[in-house]
Structure formats: C-alpha cells, structure tokens
Design a protein around this ligand. Structure first.
Ligand code: TRP
Length: 329
C-alpha cells in the first residue's frame, strides 16, 4: 500500500480550518492508504523552545482531536516525532543539500517570520524546520501528503532535497511525494481578515463549547454595508457564506440563500442562525467523543505507532548511510 504521511504541531487544539484543510482528507484516505499521522513536537519546539510545556501538554490534546473526529487507530499509525531520533539524523544530512538563501525564500516560513517578529534574530532551527519536515516525509517513504495550502512550499522543498540526495549519491532510495489538497484549501478566520489560525484568535475549535461556537458565529464578519435587512448584501468577503460553502451539505440551499442575500431581504441573523445549527450538528458528536478518550488508550496507541514507525525509519536510515558511504566497521 502507498504510504501517506501528515502531521500537526502540538501547540493548541485543532480548529475548523484544519478540519476542511486536511483532516477531512485524512478521514477519506485512512481507508485507501497506509496512513501515518505524526505529532510534530520537534517542529513545534522550533518556535516554542522557551516554553516546552506548551508543546508537551498539547500532544495528548491533539491526539484527542484525532480520535474524536474518527481517525481510526486500526487504520492509521500515530507517532510522536521526537521519539524517532532517526528523523533528526536524516535532517543533519539533508541540511547539506539546501542553501540558506533557499530557506529564506520559503513563502510560508517568510510569513511566519513576519508574524513572529523575528526580524534579524531568526532561530536557525526555525529557519530550517522545512528540512526537518522533508526528513519526516522522506524517512517514511511517504508518497502522498494530505495538507493545507500553506504546506505546499514544504512539499516542494522536500522534493528538491530528495532529488538532490538521490542524484548526488546516485541512489533511488528516497521517494518524491505529492500533496493532496482539499476542496477548501484555506478557511478564513471569523474576522474575515486572515486565514483561521490557532494563534490569531479567530478560529472555531473542534473542542469549543456550544456557547462558544454560537458566540463566534454571531461575531462573524459579514458585509459592513448591509445595514438593513432589505439592503442588497455582498457575498464576497462574507465569512458566514464562506463557512456555509465549506460546511453546509445542501449546496442548492446555499446557492438560493446567496441569491436572496444579494437581492436584499435576507438578514445576517438568519444566515448566522443557519450556520450555527450546521456547525453545532457537526461539532456535537466530536465534542462528545473527545470527552470519552482515555489517556491510557492514547499512550498505548502512540507507543505502538511510534515503535512501528521507527522500524521503517531505521531501515531508511541504513540505506541513507550506505548511500553516503558511512560504513566503517
Ligand atoms: N508543518 C506542518 C504544520 O504546521 C506539520 C508537519 C510537520 C507536517 N511535519 C509534517 C505535515 C510532515 C505534513 C508532513 O501543519
């Protein structure tokens, strides 16, 4: 079976942006691929090294989200990045195959550097995390990577490194990979300003309470010029419609509502109430399942998965060392 690999940084609970961006794909893919799901604690440390608790405490929160949305431990292998030391080793060899200039050009990293205000004091580990991500993917021989749009530069960089490795050492032991994007690659935040993000405070989390969901839906940015119900309203930039597009299953109903809204006569409260119902129905079973997950079960799943992952990682590393010629005894 073809290997798929993906992961998340354990820095907070997952939100609806993750859900449409890659979680839904993973759910569909768990039946088709040999799917590995990585909790990327090493990567999370690259910008949280001063606060490791934030990372370690979120490992099991993330795992709860995975199980609650229906990622089945019988169909997926879950593992923790830091427990596969071979990934760190491969990262070191990969670092030789990429220039600092190339790292600085990665658009996702560039944006993050801006958001974090690093300016001239970028931690080297942070700048290099795409290389470690390339190692995550390559070490597991993954050919398919279900991710959100912001991860496309990482996949591109992974393939550049893999090609370089195979060419320089004249081997074929590492595989190139393909991203799998969802229909809704990017979900806007409830403020309509940026994409929904953990740290931007504009996301609806899978674990939000019913009250919190409602509060966020009713705080959504719509059309500031749509003052009276009878006024014609704008769809473009209207967060409520963006979410209805992403989550409401009856596409015809959404199309009809859009027409009505544009014509005038449809109030924001009505569409927000509909969205609220839609999201409550989606998130209620997830919240319930989340509350039932036991720590011991998660530990067991992760231990078994990490062991299994490590067997493949060790196999790849022995081929990598052989390819470079690191065999002395
Ligand atoms: N960079 C990804 C994110 O922030 C997480 C990640 C780490 C990942 N390693 C990966 C995703 C390997 C896919 C494959 O969401």
């Amino acid at each position: 079976m073809v290997v798929a690999l993906t992961g998340d940084r354990p820095t907070g609970p997952l939100h609806l942006g993750h859900f449409v961006g890659s979680l839904q794909n993973r759910l569909a893919m768990q039946d088709v691929y040999d799917q590995y799901i990585m909790i990327a604690d090493v990567q999370a440390l690259t910008d949280n090294f001063e606060n490791p608790k934030k990372v370690t405490e979120n490992v099991f929160e993330l795992m709860k989200d995975y199980l609650a949305i229906g990622l089945d431990p019988a169909k997926n292998t879950f593992f923790i990045q830091s427990q596969i030391p071979e990934v760190a080793e491969l990262t070191v060899y990969f670092l030789n195959l990429v220039t600092v200039a190339r790292l600085e050009r990665n658009p996702t990293v560039k944006t993050e550097i801006g958001q974090k205000g690093y300016d001239d004091s970028i931690p080297a580990g942070f700048l290099c995390y795409p290389v470690s991500q390339a190692a995550d993917i390559a070490i597991m021989q993954a050919e398919v990577v279900p991710v959100g749009e912001d991860q496309l530069p990482m996949i591109e960089q992974t393939n550049e490194i893999v090609r370089r490795f195979n060419r320089i050492y004249n081997v074929t032991c590492l595989k190139e990979c393909k991203p799998v994007l969802s229909q809704t690659a990017r979900l806007v935040g409830i403020d309509g300003k940026a994409k929904a993000g953990k740290s931007l405070g504009n996301a609806i989390f899978l674990s939000d309470s019913p009250e919190e969901i409602k509060r966020k839906v009713f705080a959504m940015f719509t059309d500031p010029a749509h003052l009276k119900i009878s006024d014609p309203g704008q769809i473009e930039g209207n967060v409520v419609f963006a979410y209805l597009d992403a989550f409401h299953t009856d596409k015809e109903e959404v199309a009809a509502l859009k027409m009505h809204y544009q014509k005038g006569g449809l109030g924001d409260t009505t569409i927000k109430a509909l969205l609220n119902t839609t999201l409550q129905a989606l998130l209620e079973p997830i919240r319930t399942a989340r509350a039932c997950v036991q720590l011991q079960d998660m530990q067991h799943i992760l231990q078994v998965g990490t062991y299994k992952t490590r067997q493949t990682a060790m196999q790849t590393m022995s081929e990598v060392r052989e390819a470079i010629g690191l065999r002395y005894f």
